[in-house]
Ligand binder design. Sequence first.
Ligand code: NAD
Length: 293
Amino acid sequence: MLLDGRIAAAAAKQLIKEETALLVGQYKITPHLAAILVGNNGASETYVASKVKNCEEVGFTSTLIRLEDTVSENELLATIQKLNSDAEINGILVQLPLPKHISEANIIEAIHPSKDVDGFHPMNVGRLVQGLDTFIPATPYGILLMLEHFKIPSKGKHTVVIGRSNIVGRPMSILMSSNIPFGNSTVTLCHSQTADLASHCLQADIVVAALGIPGFVKSTMVKEGAVIIDVGITRVIDTTTKKGYKIIGDVDFEEVSKKASAITPVPGGVGLMTIIGLLKNTLLAYKKQHLAN
Ligand code: NAD
């Protein structure tokens, strides 16, 4: 089965759009996401433009704040403080990566946890670890929604997550082992220092590949019938395309898809669901801020 992100994302978007229309009709306030883009990295430009476009499509307001890549950390912190205290802004995201002279950790911690729709703030990560109500980081959230949409059972299964980053691998490993729907699996977290990674992968019912090495997961590394979630997005030069590059995932799709029972394509898979995670978090932030009383 192809785990087509276009299908799952379109269904989720429709529900978000309908809920937003109801809430806006009732409360006359529109969910509002503020995105900060520092510099003009090509991939970041594309991601932010897509986030803004998707916000508009579901009926949110979005504000894109563009800053030069020479902006100081203090100036960026001041911009975030302004958004933190702006009652009209429900969610704030700072597109990563940031220029080297800015500490990503400081920036993430500066976003008020109630507006942290990327779910990267240490307080929200702590809540995730403890199974408390929080903002789930958008990519892991999108993957859970993908499993839910295609009714892929995970309870009692063995999940191997490859990659331990704070934005994908680590939270994914926590969620897949948590006592939640589409969690409840036994998790092995592999990373760059894992010895004999293939032997771990071969035991997996579900593989989540999030390392950023194109075509890393080969068919010899997965067992027959495994579910394969490919998070990887790498731009590879391709002069035959209009853009001059193509997007390659972390999985050798052509070979692995012959063995897998279900697999996500790249592009058109997890990336589209990541946006859904962000939209759902923004709507959640809005509801918590406006409908609490
Ligand atoms: P990262 O560079 O922060 O982390 C990569 C992880 O992979 C590290 O934890 C490292 O230990 C591990 N790793 C590196 N080489 C390895 C190896 N040889 N064997 C095993 N593990 C290895 O990356 P990230 O931010 O987590 O992103 C990973 C990939 O996912 C990238 O291609 C990125 O573009 C993509 N991504 C996609 C989405 C999406 O929406 N689809 C969202 C975020 C990131």
